[in-house]
Write a protein that binds this ligand. Structure first.
Ligand code: C5P
Ligand code: MG
Length: 166
């Protein structure tokens, strides 16, 4: 019988004027963007951590430290692609992704298919294995007051092969 595992990811970034809002590699029309190292793609970061967690490979800061020039200004979708390759090298293939972005505004519903397709293309998964949901925080707390955005992700993986010897 196949061995299945799951991984959990979470991330948060401050909102800030004058920066783009990128979610799952998709640019969203918005008055505010997200602050941080790289493109601050909070959704890609949460999914990256979920993949690393499922494969027991540490976390995003361990593989892509701010201090490493290789990853400076890297698109987060490329970090996500790299995390998937690391999990594959450790003998795991992705089964599905489910994620929630918590952001007060703008409304993201119209972007659901674009984000799902972008993530599915990056992860080489069928789009029906990539789910993205959106929530507000009901005007409560830093997210609800529009000061930050958060994302949560769960990933399932199946052991496909013995880990590659390096
Ligand atoms: O947070 P709340 O339960 O009010 O969200 C209701 C719906 O609004 C969500 O299920 C989602 O479809 C949509 N939504 C959205 N963009 C957001 C937040 C919520 O499209 N930034
Ligand atoms: Mg982040």
């Amino acid at each position: 019988m196949s061995e299945y595992r799951s991984g959990l990811g979470w991330d948060a970034h401050r909102t800030i004027a004058g920066r783009p809002l990128i979610l799952g590699g998709v640019a969203i029309a918005s008055e505010v963007g997200l602050d941080g190292h790289s493109d601050a793609d909070v959704l890609s970061h949460a999914i990256t951590d979920a993949i690393l967690g499922a494969a027991c490979l540490g976390d995003i800061g361990m593989h892509f430290p701010d201090t490493d020039s290789r990853w400076k200004d890297a698109d987060s979708i490329n970090l996500l692609r790299h995390a998937k390759a690391l999990a594959q090298d450790a003998g795991f293939e992705l089964v599905n992704v489910d994620a929630t972005v918590i952001l007060e505004r703008p409304k993201l519903n119209d972007y659901r298919m674009a984000i799902r397709r972008s993530l599915a293309e990056c992860l080489k998964l069928a789009a029906d294995r990539v789910s993205v949901k959106f929530k507000t925080a009901e005007k409560v707390g830093p997210v609800g007051e529009g000061r930050s955005a958060e994302a949560l992700a769960v990933v399932s993986v199946r052991r496909s092969a013995a880990p590659q010897k390096k």
